[in-house]
Design a protein around this ligand. Sequence first.
Ligand code: HEM
Length: 152
Amino acid sequence: MGHAIAIALYLHLLGVAVWVGGMIFAHFCLRPALEDLSPQLRLPLIESVFGRFFNWVGAAVIVILLSGGFLLMQFGGERATWQLHAMAGLGVLMMLIFGHIRFAVFPRIRRAVQAQKWPDGARAVGTVRRLVVINLVLGLVTIGFAVLARGF
Ligand code: HEM
């Protein structure tokens, strides 16, 4: 395996670790721990945490896309299996869902926190939660396709 391919695969997996690991932490550790806090405390905290996490995911998405595109050029064309295309397709779908979370739903949380409209904020956080669950499941399935692409 050439150096460039090894580096691309390393960066690809690093991006996946940050994104999927972060979603597991947010959903299974952070969310239940904040459940009993009042909205006045919980929503500004969530806004602050999401703002930082989404920057990391944004960077991870760029790295995954560039490294994945590069890897696809190496393994693509004739040799690309349907599992590889499934990973790329699901990966793009996950990125679109993330884009919706970041640029459509998250600003609603920001505005609600600034205006102290807690019910609006709680509703938007509920939407993020559902979309993150979808992306988490897609992420786990995508990793499965990536492994199957090896030809087991
Ligand atoms: C934009 C989308 C993506 C493209 C174009 C893409 C493309 C690729 C390619 C070409 C490989 C190399 C396969 C090989 O070594 O035979 C790869 C590896 C891998 N990708 Fe992706 N990928 C994308 C998104 C994702 C996402 C979102 C995940 C996980 C959530 C993911 C998980 C993996 C894993 C775990 C591997 C390592 C597989 C292995 O070496 O056995 N990829 N990807």
